[in-house]
Design a protein around this ligand. Structure first.
Ligand code: UDP
Length: 244
């Protein structure tokens, strides 16, 4: 690695001026795609994400159908132009892994038994990436699923915590992700406005048990703020439709 490691915390502030427990600016808009059953555009810092949900609909190929419940498919894709060094188009190990763990986060909360023989397809497209794309995509996918009217036991809200210069920070951006000591993405199932369980937890790097516990509390507080914005985006869409 030839890149020089910058100092990530200067005078108690992060490189972008944030406090340790501060999220990046977030923008969420539901129902942005005409041809999808549900959709969402989301920005989390410099990440720009589009999520599209199709279904419940007939599954093709048909041998993938399940007679007792819906089949969930989740595809995470990074556009070649979304990153500094052009990414080769198409799936790679990383995107296959992210698609798998993200699908597994949604599997238990989607009420699949209500839609036998059908499929629910979630596509998330990263248009611009700046670390934390898997969590940003989960947040966008959640809103798109609600927008599609898919019955769920709650909503998924995700955010990462990192350790940089020995300090825990919420929602790391690219420099913190690249040069930090650890990166821990969390996703939570939120039900009746309360965090009920952890839907995804990954870790890159090292943290002590105590740091993981503190990181979890930090992530929970961040997730509740994101949850309010997800709710707001959904309310805004349906409110506008009523008025029109
Ligand atoms: N990244 C990149 N090229 C790639 C994959 C990732 O430049 O092929 C960048 C991108 O900004 C991404 C960040 O590295 O957001 C961190 O990637 P990671 O695998 O940790 O996943 P993420 O934090 O986005 O969920």
């Amino acid at each position: 690695m030839s890149e020089e490691r910058p100092q990530l915390i200067v005078d108690g502030k992060r490189l972008d001026g944030r406090d340790f427990d501060e999220l990046r600016p977030i923008k969420i808009e539901a129902g942005v795609l005409r041809r999808a059953d549900g959709s969402c555009y989301l920005e989390m810092g410099r990440n720009k994400i589009i999520a599209a949900v199709y279904g419940p609909r007939e599954v093709h190929p048909r041998h993938l159908q399940d007679p007792s419940r819906a089949v969930i498919r989740y595809r995470y894709n990074m556009a070649p132009f979304s990153v500094e060094e052009r990414k080769r188009p198409g799936p790679d190990r990383r995107s296959i892994e992210i698609s798998k763990v993200s699908r597994e986060a949604f599997e238990p909360i989607i009420m699949k038994e209500l839609f036998p023989r059908s499929g629910i397809d979630v596509f998330v497209e990263v248009l611009q990436a700046d670390a934390g794309t898997r969590t940003a995509c989960l947040n966008a996918a959640s809103v798109a699923l609600v927008d599609a009217g898919v019955a769920m036991k709650g909503i998924i809200t995700a955010v990462a915590v990192a350790k940089v210069d020995g300090q825990l920070v919420l929602d790391p951006m690219k420099e913190e992700d690249n040069f930090g000591e650890a990166d821990v993405p969390f996703a939570f199932l939120i039900r009746n406005s309360r965090i009920e369980s952890i839907a995804l937890l990954q870790m890159d790097g090292r943290m002590t048990v105590d740091e993981v516990k503190k990181g979890l509390q930090m992530a929970k507080r961040g997730a509740m703020q994101i949850y309010e914005m997800q709710r707001d985006a959904i309310m805004r869409k349906y409110h506008t439709e009523e008025v029109e």
